[in-house]
Ligand binder design. Sequence first.
Ligand code: MEV
Length: 291
Amino acid sequence: MREVKVFVPGKIILSGEHSVVYGYPALVASLSKGITVKLMEGKGKKDYKNDEIGLIRKAIGVAGGKFNGLDLKIESDLPVGAGLGSSAAIAAGVIKAVKKLNGKKISDEKLFDLTMECERLAHKNPSGVDPAAVIYGGLIKYIKNKGLVGLKTKKTVKFLLFDSGKPKETTGEMVELVEKRYKSGTKKVEEIFKKIWSVTETIQLNLEDDKKLKKLIDENGKLLESLGVVSKKVIRLSQDLRKINCGVKITGAGGLTGGSGMVLVKSLGYSKPKKFLEDRGYKTMEISIGD
Ligand code: MEV
């Protein structure tokens, strides 16, 4: 029986999480790690973890497939719910696989629209930055309801990612929390968004300057801390990393209880922060973007 296989990458947000929901631009890059969907006609056998919200059923449905008539396996090297875009990647991968199995092509624009329908299961008000990053790939600047531009760098830009622990809160809950803060203190939150916007624009101009980038990533991280989307544990850990010359920010929605998902570290060398984090039991991953 014919089996189709589709790979979709994960993503990191360099700048603009949360403010992107309110129309500010975000800089986002796809990763070499991601999810692989294997699909074939069958008796509805499913092999995947963690789908409390019914994302996969929804993705098969919007792609025009029959949930009970398809065997599906999802392999992932992305931590789930940690801010690396795994839900958007799974939705886009399943939709693409259903179309491929039916011998149909799907444009990136259509795939984006259908993936957005699935994203709305996770939260009411998705900006679309995750689907845009995992579908179009590379390094992009994204603005909600306006579109995206692809960006190039002259050299690859290196970062360290570490897993601060899966937050108890979902992306949807974190977006709602920011919305509540926005409604009760619009001016203050808008000020933070405007500062993040300025950091986003300055990062775009300084992607190849490691020193400036380190400072800007850190500024961004502190703004996200003041927005209230970073846990106390991660704020303390970030302060320690800053002492050994690192710029630190969460990437994605963040989280308050326990961990805040994946955290992005920019430094001029990674052996010191890597050892610091691994000695404390955190898993790290070196990544490169751009080029
Ligand atoms: C999640 O990766 C990014 C958020 O800004 C939510 C969204 O843009 O939909 C927190």
